[in-house]
Design a protein around this ligand. Structure first.
Ligand code: ZN
Length: 106
């Protein structure tokens, strides 16, 4: 008995590329994912930028325009909001201590 010539070649099944998405659709999905991701910015991200944000706010009151995401986060996250206001006060206090007292209108 000789069993020669039994080839087990499996032809790769190359079907099923009917579901490939056009580029615009992929781009759209990516953009959606991105905006979803920025909308729930984690507290750690916010904390990492708190001091920049507070300094900017004190300098020209443009912080909310500059980083609207942080502004939004403060609205939904009392922890970060509290932290931010504490930091704001701390910076103001430090500035006054340093004597660079820009007259702060109440
Ligand atoms: Zn937060």
């Amino acid at each position: 008995m000789n069993m020669k010539g039994q080839s087990n070649q499996q032809s790769a099944n190359a079907g099923g590329n009917a579901e490939e998405l056009p580029d615009e659709v992929v781009q759209g999905i990516l953009r959606l994912l991105e905006s979803a991701r920025v909308q729930d910015m984690p507290c750690s991200e916010v904390f990492a930028r708190l001091d920049q944000y507070a300094e900017r706010e004190l300098r020209d009151h443009e912080a909310a325009k500059w980083m609207p995401l942080l502004r939004e986060h403060f609205d939904i996250c009392p922890d970060c909001c509290e932290e931010y206001e504490a930091l704001l006060r701390a910076i103001e206090h430090a500035d006054r201590e340093r004597g660079s007292a820009a007259p702060a209108p109440e």
